[in-house]
Structure formats: C-alpha cells, structure tokens
Design a protein around this ligand. Sequence first.
Ligand SMILES: [Zn+2]
Length: 407
Amino acid sequence: MVQSSAYGNGGGGGHASTAVVGIASLVTNDPAQGDGSPLGVIRDAALVIEGDRIVWTGEGARVPATDHVVDAGGRAAVPGFVDSHSHLVFAGDRTEEFAARMSGRPYSAGGIRTTVAATRAASDEALSANVARYLAEALRQGTTTFETKSGYGLTIEDEARSLRVAAAHTDEVTYLGAHIVAPEYAGDPAGYVDLVTGPMLDACAPHARWVDVFCERGAFDGDAARAVLTAGRARGLVPRVHANQLGHGPGVQLAVELDAASADHCTHLTDADVDALASGRTVATLLPGAEFSTRAPWPDARRLLDAGATVALSTDCNPGSSFTSSVPFCVALAVRDMGMTPDEALWAATAGGAAALRREDVGRLAPGTRADLVLLDAPSHVHLAYRPGVPLVAGVWRAGEQVVRAA
Ligand SMILES: [Zn+2]
C-alpha cells in the first residue's frame, strides 16, 4: 500500500485525463444521476478525472476516451469520507483510563487534563508527527477530508501552536480553546472565558476557520458558550458546538440560534432540540465512537432523520473518549445501533460531513467536484455495515491523485 499524507486542497496538476472503469456500483450523492435515490447510484459505471476534479460520470458503456484507464474490477466506488470532527493535535496516551472505564469507572471530562499536560510538554515536531500518523491511518480507511481541533493546549501559545500544527495538515482547522477550563483557572472559570475570548482568540483566529466550545455540565455553560462563539464569530470564525453529549443542556439550541455549521454529539435531545435542528441549517453530527468507547447510550439518528434534520457521521478521533479514525466503523455502528439505513449512514459520512463543513466540492461525485474517490473490495457500499471491521478499502484518490493502492 502506498500513500501520501497531506490533507490540503493540493491540485492534481497537469491536465491528463484518467477514466476509472469497471465500477459495479457508483455512489454519487447526486440525486440527478443514476437511480434517482438520494445516493444517485449508477450501476456498471465509470468516471473521468482531470487534474484534481471529476469531469464526467455515467454508464461505463458511454465513457469518453481518456489518456489513461484504470479498471476497478467490478468493485463499488463511493465519495471519499468527510470526517468533520476530530481532535488530533495531542500527545500522550490514555490506555489505562480506557481500561479502567471498561472495568466500571464512569467517564468524566476530567481525563482531558491528562492529555493537556502531555501536549504542553511535547515539541511541535512530535505533535505534527502524531497528526500525520493519524491522518495517514484515516486515509487508508477512505477519509479524504478531515477537520481537526486545538483544545489540549489551553494557554495562548499552546493553543496557537496547536492550530499552526493542524493547519499544516488540513484546511479545516477549529479553535477549541474552550475545551475545558485550563487547570490554572480552576478557581476562576470566568477569567478563563475572558482569556479564550480575548488574547487567546487574537493569537488563534489567524490560524483557524472554525470556533468550537464544549457546552456541557463540567465544561462551559450556555452563557460562557455564547460568549466564546460570538467572540469567535466577530473575528470571522464560524461556530460549531460540542452539544448535549453527556446530558441535556443548552448547546443544541444555542448552535441553531447562532447558525452554527454543526451541533456535535446530540446524544441527549428534547423534542424542542430536535425541532430546532430540523428547522435550521445546523447539521446534527453524530459521533458513535464516543458512545462505543464510553459505554454510553447511542444518539437516536432515526428520530433526527424522521424530523427532517441533516445528519453527519464522524469519528471524534481523540485519545480519551473515541480513539478510532475509522469512518467505516462509525457507519457500521450507526446502522446497527442508531436506526440508520446503510444508505443514510453512507450519505451522512460523505455528503453529511461536507454539509457540516459547509463544503460543496467534496462528499459527492459529479462534474466539478474534487476527485476524492474510494474503491471498496465489495459489490456495493452496503458492505461497509454488512461486513463490519473488515478492511474493504482497496483504493483511494484524493484531489485526483491515487494515494492508497491495496497490494
Ligand atoms: Zn469532540
């Protein structure tokens, strides 16, 4: 298997065209194509890549002439996964905490402090190498767009350098100074909010696209979360919110009120929360790796979908509560335990993630979109849930370049 690791927009370069033919089932996420379903599935399909873009999709019998041809060998093809929620800028390890929790100790947000101490002690090079390692791991599993956050520094300099490290690997960078109250401010949480909305924001805003807050009992209440998000928005950052993960709270409704791109977790929702998500354009991003790794109740995707909310699925990859980089694993959990159909789960992990990042160029395959493509060693995308835990990814193209090729 060969691959490269940068997650930027990087061009495919040149204008040579490549046809990928012999695709048994191509998911486009474009209802105007193929079978007319939301996934826009084309059977016996082909597509053409030119530079970093898709320039043609359709039935294989009608594929135009190209400079190069790749035979998919009857495999299924889907858009590259869009993982819109991860925490990869960290150092250290929390194996013992996980083992203790699986032995009966309940989860609390306090474990984040362990990672904060290790992250502060790490060099920039060590942090960057860690990000690269987990991005490469994700790429092998089909993820071609990746968001990641700060939040384990919690000082002005450590938050700013976390964002600089992240920005070297991905365009989707989120300022999460308000992850927990920094240990130095344990007796003065209001003073920490002043820091996060003042000098820390000044240092961080140039390196980020998004601002996020952990709105939860034990982290930041509704008033503090509102202060963090509005301050970030005033600096040009777009809000997203960790909301309603551990219990009911104001996070989801605050996210919708502030037109956040995404409310993430959404595990404990009132009817009013569901109604708010269904009425606004804020995406409900579900992160079943967290419930899996903390033995917590699953979020109810069926309830959200039936109400008309837009749902995304992401990994929440982090060393404490969800140490998986595998979108296929999350798809399988969502189908098995959260009431999603295989089609809905795949859409949520591709087009849903793109919606949560307000991206039009990824998460679907149609002329003009970025050529981010995953070949599965399977006749259809349903196998992602039907064959859980099996490494089905046989090839990955990102921005027109084949970056993973199964041996
Ligand atoms: Zn998170």
